[in-house]
Design a protein around this ligand. Structure first.
Ligand code: C2E
Ligand code: MG
Ligand code: MG
Length: 557
């Protein structure tokens, strides 16, 4: 029967052993903690036939430490347990030399800190990982970039690239389809991106609807494009959750490659944001932009433009151009699309630059009101002067369309100018319907009551499918330019376009094809007598005077 010492009641383990693994003393807690089995106690070491793997590991680690330091305090070590899993110990130990200065024995006190460690790990996981997707978060991503920047200074041969994948219209999708759907979409996107990268690449959720990827070991940009194509093709499929679905998951992608000339991760992320911003504006299939210095300059300009727009109190630098929409069979003018222009510091800034800024700054409200009023006024003038049978297409920003004052503004413009509302078409994009749907629908219906008709602009670039269309109160589809671009080269584009046109016609929409620049494109459109065409092949946007002259000419035909 073993006798027990007071040390056997301690939860802390104690052990004294020699360099040749002879146990001189040890307490019950030590045996338990290090998985040494047998009946044993502090004073009597009988019943132990073999030491444990955990003990050998621990003993070796302690021996290494105290060889130089003589003693160690609160030394933390992780060990594999014989029973499986891991444990963490905090160790105080010393080396006790014999008369010749050699190690006589070791003394060690060990405390089990596994629980504290796992809490710490959980906490650090929460601090550095995103709960929803399980990916690293922005902090950790910044850390990875910092490490990559340091490494790339020493090792020029390791090519790094940083990518950002932004979910297009995510906020609108969240609003329209609900948060549950939004969360599932984020998870799906995260998993897809992770699956398309290699194990060594860092993938992170860097914002509410954006994901960052750090690729390493790249030789050239082609590898990046390959990964982007892989992500795109996997996400270019319908996604369903909560009994709802969207046709594809769309991304805007920014890339920085190579990762040289950067000192801080913050500059990398700044430039990445710029590249993503540029990607949003592109119509390229890849939807991706590599960052360039020029973009930084453009962004600085963008910021200064936004300051100008915010401070702008009058609208005298804004005017409208008019692009004819033509009946292709006889070349007659069906209508004009009004396109707003801004003359700033002697140059004309394109609307693709300043409309997004106007939307960001809220200036779009006043600008949009001006465009409606000016369009109505001009139409009235042409009707009187040329007795012209004319219609106008007016672009309405989604922001403007969702404003509570929108119907009032339109009504006021109609009554001030006295134009026939049925000659007005408002062009809206699909993203307008992804905003607050009820409000938008209310506004559209209020305006439709006056006789104004709605046209879906840039059709084919957004989320909805043809089947969604049925629920939208629109009369006319404007087929996006991107379909026409590829027409001559790509058989699939031709088939797709033919089907869209034929379904559109069968569903009773009037159809405008945008962006026709060449006869060859026109020839590929098929049945022309049921289409309207807008494009450089017939006319570029015209000044108000040229448009007036054209109307006069038409009258004489
Ligand atoms: P959008 O409504 O799709 O307008 C058609 C754009 O395509 C115009 O560019 C037009 O000049 C261009 N385009 C027409 N035919 C061709 C062609 O054959 N080839 C090519 N390459 N381009 C062609 P623009 O004037 O730069 O306008 C760009 C966008 O800015 C418009 O796209 C519209 O979304 C927006 N925008 C223009 N005016 C207004 C406005 O008054 N209000 C609002 N909210 N947005 C406007
Ligand atoms: Mg338009
Ligand atoms: Mg368009």
């Amino acid at each position: 029967m073993a006798s027990y010492d007071i040390l056997d009641n301690f939860t802390e383990g104690f052990c004294r052993w020699t360099p040749d693994w002879r146990l001189l003393k040890a307490n019950a807690a030590f045996f338990r903690l290090t998985d040494i089995r047998g009946e044993s106690s502090f004073s009597e070491l009988h019943g132990i036939d073999k030491l444990s793997f955990t003990f050998y590991e621990l003993g070796n680690a302690i021996a290494r430490q105290v060889e130089n330091l003589e003693s160690i305090n609160n030394f933390e070590i992780r060990l594999a347990r014989e029973t499986g899993g891991y444990c963490w110990f905090s160790v105080n130990a010393r080396r006790v030399p014999d008369a010749r200065g050699q190690t006589g024995y070791y003394d060690a006190y060990i405390r089990d800190i596994t629980e504290t460690k796992s809490k710490e790990a959980e906490l650090s996981h929460q601090t550095f990982y995103d709960r929803l997707t399980g990916l690293a978060n922005r902090e950790l991503f910044v850390d990875r970039i910092r490490t990559a920047l340091q490494t790339s200074k020493r090792r020029k041969d390791i090519g790094y690239a940083v990518l950002s994948f932004d979910l297009r219209h995510f906020k609108n999708i969240n609003q329209h389809y609900g948060r549950g759907f939004g969360n599932m979409l984020l998870r799906h996107t995260a998993e897809t991106i992770r699956a398309c990268c290699r194990e060594a690449d860092a993938v992170a959720r860097t914002g509410s609807d954006e994901f960052g990827v750090l690729l390493q070991g790249l030789e050239d940009g082609a590898q990046i494009v390959k990964i982007i194509k892989r992500v795109r093709s996997r996400l270019n499929a319908p996604f369903s959750a909560w009994e709802q679905s969207i046709n594809s998951v769309r991304l805007d992608i920014g890339v920085i490659f190579p990762l040289t000339d950067y000192g801080k991760p913050e500059s990398v992320l700044r430039d990445l944001d710029i590249a993503v911003g540029k990607a949003k504006g592109t119509r390229s299939k890849l939807g991706c932009k590599f960052f360039s210095r020029r973009q930084l300059e453009e962004t600085r300009k963008h910021l200064s433009l936004s300051v100008v727009l915010q401070e702008k109190h009058n609208l005298e630098d804004f005017y409208l151009d008019y692009q004819p929409i033509v009946r292709p069979v006889d070349g007659g003018i069906h209508s004009f699309e009004t396109l707003v222009r801004w003359k700033h510091e002697g140059a004309v800034v394109p609307p693709s630059i300043f409309i997004p800024i106007a939307e960001e700054t809220g200036f779009i409200g006043r600008l949009g009101d001006f465009v409606i009023e000016e369009s109505c006024r001009q139409m009235r003038y042409w009707q009187e002067k040329h007795a012209a049978d004319i219609r106008l297409h007016v672009n309405i920003s989604p922001y403007q369309l969702a404003m509570p004052t929108f119907p009032e503004t339109v009504l006021a413009a109609l009554s001030r100018t006295g134009v026939d509302a049925s000659r007005l078409f408002f062009e809206v994009t699909e993203s307008a319907f992804l905003r607050d749907f009820k409000k938008v629908l209310y506004n559209i219906n209020a305006v439709r009551k006056q006789g104004i008709q709605f046209c879906l602009d840039d059709f084919g670039t957004g989320y909805s499918s043809l089947s969604h269309l049925r629920h939208l109160p629109i009369k006319c589809l404007k087929i996006d330019r991107s379909f026409i671009n590829d027409l001559e080269r790509d058989e699939k584009s031709r088939i797709l376009l033919r089907h869209i046109l034929s379904i559109g016609m069968d569903m009773g929409y009037s159809l405008v094809v945008e962006g026709v620049e060449r006869q060859t494109q026109l020839n590929l459109l098929g049945d022309l007598d049921r289409l309207l065409i807008q494009g450089y092949y017939f006319y570029r946007p015209l000044s108000v005077d040229s448009a007036g002259a054209l109307l006069e000419l038409q009258k004489k035909r």
